[in-house]
Design a protein around this ligand. Structure first.
Ligand code: SF4
Length: 347
């Protein structure tokens, strides 16, 4: 039985693509990419797992790391509206999928892409450009738009019957929905989308590029979590927004401590549950006071006159700082936000 790699989110398009190939007798490996933000922080790719299980195909999860970081730092084709380097990201993933296909002996890489469905990265000419740039011309099968595209190697070799594939283009999902209904397919509903397309994540990324251009993978992961404040080019503080983020930020803090202990410390309230904050860089005494005051501000005891905040790590020896919770105006002054113009080489 021939193997096929299908790039797989677990959403409607990739589920239909995987099913269409499985129905032709191919042994489908559903390849799911996990963005660096969600890798190694205890978040499961539940939607991909459920959809793959329902389809009865093997799921292979690839966590993005340093290679993704290199790509996102200087994308050849630039960024979309925010920090999303979609064209380079597609090229990077297609190349990675092609390497996995080679390793596993799969005859093709397939995707759930539909010509003309999304801006830029899925326009017809872009699909060709991505293939060419990735060095995989003729090897990427797009079952949903196959009949509108030149035949791929597996179609020419008769391994995949082109006539049984689709000729879908544009944004409507009517054909895919009807096919999913007919075959009883389970698919994930559209999620919130990639965090790199988010306006505020874009602002944090721009801040990182402008002030810490040699940022690490953990620095990059942190842009997806917490509230971010920068008091100087040398110092920023990130404060969790809820208990789920406390856990994630704690894990990322442990990794930062292991790699650059002199550059990071954490803060938390001594006498009440509350957020966890990570300070990064070289803080002044004023920076420490602000960070502690901001941490106190996001707790349930924000109305108290004085709150005790513990600073630990980076030789702070569990120092206790008593602060008045920060005012909104002070938070606004230092908040990393899309309202502020950060000089950045993003475009
Ligand atoms: S939206 Fe995000 S994951 Fe999707 S191609 Fe763009 S950068 Fe990559």
């Amino acid at each position: 039985m021939h193997k096929a790699i299908v790039m797989f989110s677990g959403g409607l398009d990739s589920v239909v693509a995987a099913h269409a190939l499985k129905s032709q007798g191919l042994d489908v490996i559903a390849l799911h990419f996990v963005l660096p933000f969600y890798a190694g922080v205890g978040i499961r790719p539940a939607q991909a797992e459920e959809s793959a299980e329902a389809l009865g195909v093997t799921l292979r999860v690839e966590e993005e790391g340093e290679e993704f970081l290199e790509m996102v730092r200087s994308p050849k084709f630039g960024y979309g509206k925010n920090a999303n380097p979609c064209i380079d990201c597609r090229i990077h993933r297609v190349q990675k999928a092609a390497r996995i296909a080679e390793e596993t002996g799969a005859v093709c890489v397939a995707t759930g892409e539909v010509a003309g469905q999304r801006p830029m990265s899925q326009k017809m000419h872009m699909l060709h450009r991505i293939e060419k740039a990735a060095g995989v011309k003729g090897k990427i099968l797009r079952p949903l738009s196959a009949k509108l595209l030149p035949p791929t190697e597996v179609e020419l070799a008769g391994i995949v019957d082109r006539e049984k594939l689709f000729d879908i283009s544009g944004r409507t999902r009517a054909v895919q929905l009807a096919y999913a209904k007919e075959h009883g397919l389970i698919h994930a509903s559209p999620a919130g989308g990639c965090t790199l397309t988010n306006l505020e994540t874009g602002a944090r990324f721009a801040d990182l590029m402008a002030n810490n251009p040699l940022f690490s993978l953990i620095d990059f992961k942190l842009i997806a979590y917490g509230r971010h404040f920068r008091t100087s080019p040398k110092y920023r503080v990130i404060i969790s927004r809820n208990s789920g983020e406390n856990e994630i930020i704690e894990k990322l803090y442990a990794s930062l401590q292991a790699s650059s202990p002199s550059n990071v410390f954490q803060m938390y309230l001594r006498d009440a549950p509350g957020p966890l904050a990570i300070g990064l860089g070289e803080p002044s005494e004023d920076d420490l006071r602000f960070s502690a005051a901001a941490t106190a501000r996001f707790s349930k005891i924000r109305d108290m006159e004085s709150v005790a905040v513990i600073i630990s790590g980076n030789n702070f020896d569990n120092r206790v700082t008593n602060v008045r919770p920060a005012e909104e105006s002070e938070l606004d002054r230092y908040r990393v936000s899309s309202d502020k113009k950060v000089k950045t080489p993003l475009r």
